[in-house]
Design a protein around this ligand. Structure first.
Ligand code: GRF
Length: 201
């Protein structure tokens, strides 16, 4: 299965996927796309000989209008948003229905939506005094963080002293959950049955 990974920053989830690709050989990341001209995730892609494109209006970027062609020409079958901060254009979402997934660093449907990214999420979780947080992988629809949930993994945060500590614990489970789900999709084991997402054994 050919994958495009969309990123905006550090790229630690991209790295987790690359490690799983090498270990499991069930999928291939063929392109990494960012709304930034440069980001740490691009260095990770370069180190692993994966093509990169920056998307937007600037010089040397490909335009959002050109995105469907790029995805089509590279034969992308699954789009993974791993820390991508922009909305995916409507035409792409419609064309790749249930073929775009996002990782969110909290337990949706709580602590999601516009502006809920990075440390903002963990600060809100911290302030709420929630005793568990975790990672969610969901299908992408037309708004932020509202698509059907594919998988979640919880972490105990009852004893944390800061939002940063929550971020650290959640990131650890993100790096397990994302490769797990992508691998299950590559094995065609993620199904929507009776309007509910199930992962087959
Ligand atoms: C992760 O916490 C992910 O859940 C969120 O953005 C962050 C990206 O981190 N959507 P990284 O770039 O993969 O290190």
């Amino acid at each position: 299965m050919k994958i495009a990974v969309f990123v905006s920053g550090r790229g630690s989830n991209l790295k987790a996927l690359i490690d799983a690709q090498i270990k499991l050989r069930k999928f291939e990341i063929i392109v990494v796309i960012s709304d930034k001209k440069n980001c740490a995730a691009f260095n990770i892609a370069d180190d692993n000989n994966i093509k990169t494109f920056s998307i937007g209006n600037g010089e040397g970027s490909i335009s959002y209008q050109h995105l469907p062609n790029l995805l089509h020409d590279t034969g992308v079958e699954l789009i993974v948003l791993a820390g991508f901060l922009k909305l995916i254009p409507e035409d792409v979402i419609k064309k790749y229905q249930n073929k775009i997934i996002n990782i969110h660093p909290a337990l949706l449907p709580s602590f999601g939506g516009k502006g809920m990214y990075g440390l903002n999420v963990h600060k809100a979780v911290y302030r709420s005094s929630a005793k568990v947080s975790g990672a969610t992988i969901h299908f992408v629809d037309l708004s932020y963080d509202t698509g059907k949930i594919i998988a979640q993994k919880c972490v105990d945060i009852s004893d944390v002293k800061s939002p940063e500590e929550i971020a650290e614990r959640v990131l650890e489970v993100e790096h397990e959950l994302l490769p797990y789900v992508v691998n299950k999709i590559a094995e065609d084991k993620v199904k929507i049955i009776d309007d509910r997402v199930s992962i087959l054994k």
